[in-house]
Design a protein around this ligand. Structure first.
Ligand code: PMP
Length: 409
């Protein structure tokens, strides 16, 4: 008899299941609004021109090889990534209280961070939960749960305004057990596309300081959201400036289009204190042990590409330009979808589509309407009404707008 008789069948991953359904659909007019990956105006994956250049440089380098990277990853990448997120003149970097490990993209950074916190921040018996926005990226809850951390939610989405439920969020943070970990999306909140304003971030920071809450930032869209790297990192830098001890999970999947290469970083930022550099060094030594036992060392190819782009001023400028191309096209698609819905006189207020930011928009479509979008119109989106703006283009936008019009009327 098998030792695994008791194993029940888990449901398939909802998003990857949706992608499989889309691929199997033979309708020529089908549209994929599920994917969290950038597409160009022809609906095709886009290799960033700057990434193509970096790849050529790698191919031409006679010294290039396939050796292991160090445990902490490619040093040139981790130092550049630190500056990218925290700002080159960040006090955390100058005071040597930032430690960075290259990880398996953003997911790996979230995992390394949660593993570290489970081991060193609190014991499972303690009742402090990890507070996660409701809703959030589907993977967050299981990543924290897998390392034995308890999770709970804070309100985020205001259904009525299709914006941020700031009062609900602050209220929940105020009543959280002191020291709870709070997962925050640095920008381009997934799935809602709703970010706090600077003033709202300041209020969030104030409550978190009061309740000694621990910020865990997830930044998967820096530069991709607004096209401006500093703007998209503002919240993290503000929290560092405010003296928080915090951690950051950073992904290079979207902003470099390096999805499958799994490039990312985990950052620890120690609290400003006279012995902060010493503490950070000790933390880094423990992170090295966790990293070694989990993955030994991170993947090299994507890291080398990102590192070339981040460290060469000419390539960096070209990367910023590529970021503006991606974010600009997405912002244009928001405007176009909004204009079409207004033109069609689709019932309801659709301004949230232009107010939201990043890859995704929470449309407010109900599960029944989503079923119709898929079943009747071959337009694929997640059950919660989230659409990937990157799946829209000048060729399918009219069709999508008309379908939305039909399912809501
Ligand atoms: N966090 C959020 C909010 C995301 O949307 C994503 C990508 N979908 C990630 C983290 C990490 O993705 P990856 O592991 O591909 O970097």
């Amino acid at each position: 008899p098998s030792a695994f008789d008791h194993v029940s069948e888990a449901p398939p991953d909802a998003l990857f299941g949706l992608m499989a359904k889309y691929r199997a659909d033979e309708a020529p007019q089908k549209v994929d609004l599920g994917i969290g990956a950038y597409r160009d105006d022809d609906g095709k994956p886009w290799v960033l021109p700057v990434v193509r250049k970096a790849e050529q440089l790698l191919r031409d380098d006679p010294e290039a090889n396939h050796e292991y990277l160090p445990i902490a990853g490619l040093a040139k990448l981790t130092s550049a990534a630190q500056k990218l997120v925290l700002g080159a003149d960040s006090p955390a970097i100058l005071e040597k209280r930032a430690a960075t490990f290259q990880t398996i993209s953003g997911t790996g950074a979230l995992h390394l961070g949660s593993l570290f916190l489970a081991k060193f921040y609190q014991t499972p018996e303690q009742s402090r939960p990890v507070l996660i926005s409701d809703p959030t990226w589907a993977n967050h809850v299981q990543i924290f749960g897998n390392v034995g951390l308890k999770t709970d939610t804070y309100p985020y989405w205001n259904k009525a305004t299709r914006g941020l439920n700031l009062d609900g969020m602050l209220g929940r943070l105020r009543e959280a057990p002191e020291g709870s970990i709070v997962l925050l999306h640095a920008c381009a909140h997934n799935p809602t596309g709703v970010d706090p304003t600077k003033d709202e971030w300041k209020q969030i920071a104030e409550v978190m300081k009061e309740k000694k809450l621990f910020p865990f930032f997830d930044t998967a869209y820096q530069g991709f959201a607004s096209g401006d790297l500093a703007h998209d990192a503002w919240a993290i830098r503000y929290f560092v400036e405010q003296g928080f001890e915090l951690v950051v999970a950073e992904s290079f999947a979207k902003n470099f289009g390096l999805y499958g290469e799994r490039a990312g970083c985990f950052h620890f930022v120690g609290a400003p204190a006279p012995n902060a550099a010493e503490i950070t060094k000790k933390v880094a030594s423990q992170l090295a042990i966790l990293q070694r036992s989990e993955i030994s060392n991170p993947p090299a190819y994507g890291a080398k590409i990102a590192s070339l782009c981040l460290n060469d001023p000419t390539l960096f400028a070209e990367w910023e330009d590529n970021l503006r191309t991606m974010s600009g096209r997405i912002i244009e698609m928001r405007k176009a979808l909004y204009d079409k819905l207004v033109e069609l006189k689709t019932p309801g207020d659709w301004t949230h589509i232009i107010n939201q930011i990043g890859m995704f928009s929470f449309t407010g479509l109900t599960p029944a309407q989503v079923d119709k979008m898929i079943g009747e119109h071959h337009i694929y989106l997640t059950k919660n009404g989230r659409i990937s703006m990157a799946g829209l283009n000048t060729k399918n936008i009219q069709y999508v707008a008309e379908a939305i019009h039909k399912v809501v009327t």
